[in-house]
Write a protein that binds this ligand. Structure first.
Ligand code: GDD
Ligand code: MG
Length: 328
């Protein structure tokens, strides 16, 4: 089975972390986010992942490198201009040509999940669908694609980002597609699968399957942090080995005596936390230094951030190599 994974977006809601690192390449706990995706896909028999790249493709490519990961063959295609979610799938499909299977998976590159893709594939086959969407029930569907289906799973309505806070079943960003769906996507243009393609497939082979398990779109700071604690506290099974529940201290990280780190925290490799400093509910990617008496809560620091003595950060997202001035 082949999977096209969309990793070309600009990750605007995670700026400034994503100024220099595309969202799917960002480190989540101890590995690039994409590692989780490929490890999950490997468990469901995916043999090749085709990354549909756009924004900062070289950084993305360097995250997992060439060749394979978890036994899955890695292929990269790079869009020459912005294509949108459907345009990107079409571009990747055209790049593969005859090598693309008649039926394949397409996935958003920013969801951490343990969904049973085998069940999704079975449902697709049993219903002879053209496209089958994984659905997840949420309390607030406003930021997602809201999907209404009949009792047999045929999709009746697909509404992208209603903005209305109401519970519902949403598009989880994992699809089984037949090649024929590609005919609905004009080539060499920006096309959205959510706005332009799925609404047109309603009543014409579009199905959904409600799945349970763990599901999180990591595309905002709050959800990125939540995914971090879910991994470190075991609410989703991954290959990560926490230092303690809720805590990961990377190789070579140093915590001075009298500093307080955790119970929830990630200290990336080579971070230092000086005496009297506090780091709570926060992620510090590699090589950050926290000065004496500084206090960091609910924040995400990109690699190489220096926090001066006595400084206070709460709910902050700080970009690569930034310097937070000391405060007396
Ligand atoms: N290659 C490529 N080209 N990838 C793209 C492009 C593009 O032009 N635009 C977006 N992407 C990728 C992003 O990198 C991301 O991995 C994925 O497509 C989805 O984009 P997001 O920007 O994260 O979309 P969203 O989270 O607001 O909404 C989408 O995901 C929700 C579930 O998490 C939609 O699919 C919703 O319907 C869905 O509910
Ligand atoms: Mg997203």
């Amino acid at each position: 089975m082949q999977a096209i994974v969309l990793v070309g977006g600009e990750g605007t809601r995670l700026r400034p972390l994503t100024d220099t690192i595309p969202k799917p390449a960002l480190t989540l706990v101890d590995r690039p986010f994409l590692a989780y995706m490929v490890e999950w896909l490997a468990e469901h028999g995916v043999s090749e992942v085709v990354f549909a790249c756009g924004f900062l493709p070289d950084v993305l490519r360097a995250a997992l490198g060439e060749g394979e990961h978890a036994g899955v063959r890695l292929t990269y295609v790079i869009e020459p201009d912005r294509r949108g979610t459907a345009g990107a799938i079409r571009f990747a499909a055209d790049s593969l040509g005859d090598r693309l299977d008649e039926r394949f998976l397409a996935l958003n590159g920013d969801v951490l999940t343990n969904f049973d893709l085998d069940a999704l594939l079975r449902a697709h086959e049993e219903r002879r669908a053209r496209a089958t969407l994984a659905l997840f029930a949420v309390e607030d569907a406003a930021a997602y694609g809201l999907v209404r289906s009949d009792g047999d799973g045929a999709v009746l309505q697909f509404l992208e980002k209603t903005g209305e806070a109401a519970p519902g079943e949403v598009n989880a960003g994992a699809y089984v597609l037949e090649r024929s769906v590609l005919d609905l996507i004009p080539p060499e243009r920006e096309v959205s699968i959510e706005r332009d393609v799925f609404p047109r497939l309603v009543g014409d082979g579009l199905h959904g399957l409600l799945l349970d398990g763990y599901w999180m779109d990591i595309g905002t700071p709050a959800r990125y942090l939540q995914a971090t604690w879910d991994i470190l506290e075991g609410r989703v099974q991954t290959r990560v080995r926490p230092t303690a529940p809720g805590l990961l201290v990377g190789a070579g990280a140093e915590i001075a005596e009298g500093a307080a780190v955790g119970p929830r925290a990630v200290l990336g490799p080579g971070c230092t936390v000086a005496a009297g400093a506090e780091v709570r509910d926060s992620v510090l990617l590699g090589g950050c230094d926290v000065g004496a008496g500084a206090r960091i809560t609910g924040s995400v620091l990109a690699p190489g951030v220096k926090v001066g003595a006595g400084a206070c950060l709460s709910g902050a997202v700080v970009g690569r190599d930034e310097i937070v001035p000391a405060r007396r």
